[in-house]
Design a binder for this molecule. Structure first.
Ligand code: HAM
Length: 429
């Protein structure tokens, strides 16, 4: 579990702002969900014999003896909340959420025990148009953030009947090659054989490559859905690769599944993943409701962006107010508050803690501020303030305090402050 320090939080804020704006622009509304749910919810939705439920959940008994779990993902809780509050009665819903998720995995780069997702879930739409739109949304996110090296992998898992029939074929095939199976695959052979296709063990790859393929055995409806989705992605100009081995680690998926992967993150290559889960709402007690969604792994996305030099919402102060002497300190606080009243967007840092001009100017420089505003005894007596440019070759100037707000307005945005100033502070590229 990581601490995110001030050096990286502006990147988090930049990504979150971009995603919020994008999801809102596509008509998604935010839903805020608890971090803790009843354990049973995850066993019933993600699947009792998945890695997440079998090995990775943070589960504990509360004081009443109820079994609770820190959410390992957001889809199950989102469906639970929709059912509890009647959001799905003959309605279309487009929802998004953001927050920490918890899985007790073996930590490594890009894989943490507390990680963060922004997820989107669309309910009540059965056609491939919404699958395509969700994929377009994620493609637009990469574009807005200036990320180029991500590839879309696509597969279809068909209907549950097609998966069951396929499962029998796959088990028969793997059983015939029992000697070539590694320990993990032998364990999974009867509990969750489709996940064997996802094995990263190099020794297993030839066997997996020659295995029967689910994508070639879809029933006609899923096949049509997949073909239509492919057509829509082609029209939208979104390139993809079909990956017949993409099965996902959660049991609720059927038909479309997709992942955005990158080669820049090592083994933990997926930055966003999702798919269709038309059976889940009914499985959790609701009426049959088609649904599709995705989640972006923010920790991985942020690592990618930091490596690419993205600064996000890093906001240095516009000005740093230096005050030397008791009278100046008192006047400085009042002046700072007056400026904040007149220029609500001004980023002004007031020196607190004293020291002489030199000490305070050093702090002003370290703050990254563009201007230092100097208030000494002479200035207080004259009702003036001295402006020193910390980043530009410009002569310092002394002006009346009541002209300072107008001066800052002109100086900070070429006469158009604050509207012209980039509110993202160097965010999106
Ligand atoms: P997931 O594939 O388990 O899907 O997770 C989605 C993304 O979360 C992954 O692609 C990855 O970027 C990130 N992630 C997962 N585990 C970790 C970890 N231990 N450390 C860092 N990042 C991680 C889901 O969670 C589904 N609920 C997605 C979804 C929404 N499907 C439909 N709607």
């Amino acid at each position: 579990m990581n601490d995110d320090l001030p050096a990286t939080t502006p990147v988090w804020a930049g990504v979150e702002t971009t995603l919020r704006e994008l999801l809102t622009a596509y008509g998604y509304s935010e839903i805020r969900l608890p971090i803790v749910e009843q354990t049973e919810l995850f066993a019933r939705s993600i699947g009792a014999v998945t890695d997440i439920v079998e090995k990775e959940m943070y589960t504990f008994a509360d004081r009443n003896g109820d079994s609770l779990t820190l959410r390992p993902e957001g889809t199950a809780g989102c469906v639970r909340a929709c059912l509890e509050h009647g959001l799905l009665h003959n309605q279309i819903q487009r929802l998004w959420y953001l927050g920490p998720m918890f899985r007790h995995e073996r930590p490594q780069k890009g894989r943490y025990r507390q990680f963060h997702q922004i997820g989107a879930e669309a309910f009540g739409m059965a056609g491939p148009d919404i699958d395509a739109e969700l994929i377009c949304l994620t493609a637009r996110l990469w574009k807005r953030l200036g990320i180029q090296e991500v590839t879309l992998q696509l597969n279809s898992l068909g209907s549950s009947a097609a998966r069951l029939a396929y499962r029998d074929k796959l088990v028969a095939y793997l059983q015939a090659h029992w000697d070539e199976l590694d320990e993990d695959s032998r364990r999974r052979l009867h509990s969750n054989p489709l996940r064997i296709l996802d094995s990263k063990n190099p020794a297993m790859q030839p066997l997996i490559a020659a295995a029967p393929r689910l994508i070639e055995q879809l029933e006609p409806e899923s096949q049509q859905h997949f073909e239509d989705l492919r057509d829509l992605l082609e029209v939208a100009g979104i390139p993809y690769e079909i990956n017949p081995r993409l099965v996902r680690g959660l049991d609720y998926y059927g038909k479309t599944v997709f992942e955005w992967v990158t080669e820049r993150l090592g083994a933990q290559a997926t930055v966003c993943a999702g798919g269709r889960y038309d059976g889940l709402v009914e499985q959790l007690g609701g009426r049959p409701t088609p649904a599709v969604g995705f989640a972006v792994g923010l920790d991985r996305l942020i690592t990618l962006l930091i490596e690419a030099g993205y600064t996000g919402l890093k906001c240095d102060p516009d000005a740093y107010l230096v005050t030397v002497g008791g009278a100046a300190e008192a006047r400085g606080l009042a002046l700072a508050e007056q400026l904040r009243d007149r220029l609500p967007d001004l980023r002004l840092q007031l020196d607190c803690g004293g020291g002489n001009f030199k000490t305070q100017l050093k702090r002003a420089d370290r703050s990254g501020a563009r201007l230092a505003l100097l208030l000494g005894e002479d200035e207080v007596k004259a009702g003036a303030v001295t402006v020193k440019f910390l980043r530009e070759e410009q002569p310092q100037q002394t002006l009346p305090q009541d002209r300072l707000a107008a001066f800052l307005t002109d100086c900070l945005a070429g006469g158009q402050y604050p509207s012209a100033r980039n509110p993202r502070c160097g965010g999106d590229s």
